[in-house]
Design a protein around this ligand. Sequence first.
Ligand code: NZQ
Ligand code: ZN
Length: 385
Amino acid sequence: MLNFEFYNPTRIVFGNETIPRLDELVPAEARVLVLYGGQSARVNGTLGEVREALGSREVQEFGGIEPNPSYETLMQAVELVRSQRLDFLLAVGGGSVIDGTKFVAAAVGYDANAWDILETRGVNIRGALPFGSVLTLPATGSEMNQSAVVTRRETQAKLPFRSPHVFPRFSILDPSKTYTLPVRQLANGVADAFTHVMEQYLTYPVDARVQDRFAEGLLQTLIEIAPQVLDESADYDSRANLVWSATLALNGLIGAGVPQDWSTHMIGHELTALHGIDHARTLAIVLPANLQVRRQAKRHKLLQYAARVWQITEGDEEQRIDAAIERTRAFFEKLGLPTHLADYQLGVNDIDALISQLETHRLTRLGESGDVTPAVCRRVLEASL
Ligand code: NZQ
Ligand code: ZN
């Protein structure tokens, strides 16, 4: 029986030349901290457009937020906000900058040690500074959700947290801001969004027909636009469809009231923390193996996925499931994302450390039924060698 509550307060401003809208979206009296990553936002002019749109407001900047943002760097931003009594944050970048900004927003007024936010996955957050985002990389959906992932370099712990207090107030989605993205990041974006849909769709049936059809529509859209997206001369329309697909893949809509998996993500986070592999690339390694190892528990949805997303109708059930998993793997490979640990010079001897990290982080009952134990994760990693 479907039973859920859906809440999403983020205002989306979507389209070409939308950065000037910041003037109406950010309060006139705000004391703003603009947060960004390395140099991309400055070099491609986005930061300049943002400064111009903010006009005469008090504006300070904090750059240097890394991919897979670190607690150590973000705490410097927390100090800056406190010492300068800034009261509005604006993230300019991809998932890492937006996630980092969510952490800063929650940490500034947090009573306990700020790392506790990650240890407790966000449940003790009682408030956060208001913030908005200007998205430059479609992938994570962070621009319209209440989640973030932060890494503590010291302990190689990459952990997620969530809280309704860290929804962005608004996000500006200008597809033309993706024009400067290297092909590698575009491919990562397609694969990340694709896997977000899969982790909410490919579980077991609960007769959530709207969520299923929306999820299948997003998967088909991503498959359809992938070749244009990767083309250097890609046009506005394919980028616009990528941006909107990635946002809708993880804004709560397709996940409302349905079982969710997330084991691919949690295993993937450990691969990033220990071996520095890009987030989306870890998913390309883990997802096909995860589907293979857990094909019995997922068989109904695998058959539905085979028929509706890949139009696989030939063969018996086992053959159709095999074909659907193979198509998934081939899709990632065609994007340029390798799907085996060996492609990253990792082998069977690296699995113990990954399993022990999952145990340290209490990620021992993963999956839609809570039955993805460390032993199952080991089988998944062995299947991805
Ligand atoms: O640092 P700069 O110089 O800005 O370069 C960035 C960075 O090197 C570059 N880039 C961004 N926009 C660009 C650009 N280069 C040229 N032109 C542009 N327009 O891209 C590189 C990667 O950026 P990053 O923000 O790290 O990528 P992504 O958006 O994939 O974010 C990944 C992070 O998000 C987390 C991941 O774990 C990872 O830490 N996730 C967050 C989620 C969420 N909040 O819901 C869910 C996801 O599953 C994911 O876990
Ligand atoms: Zn992801």
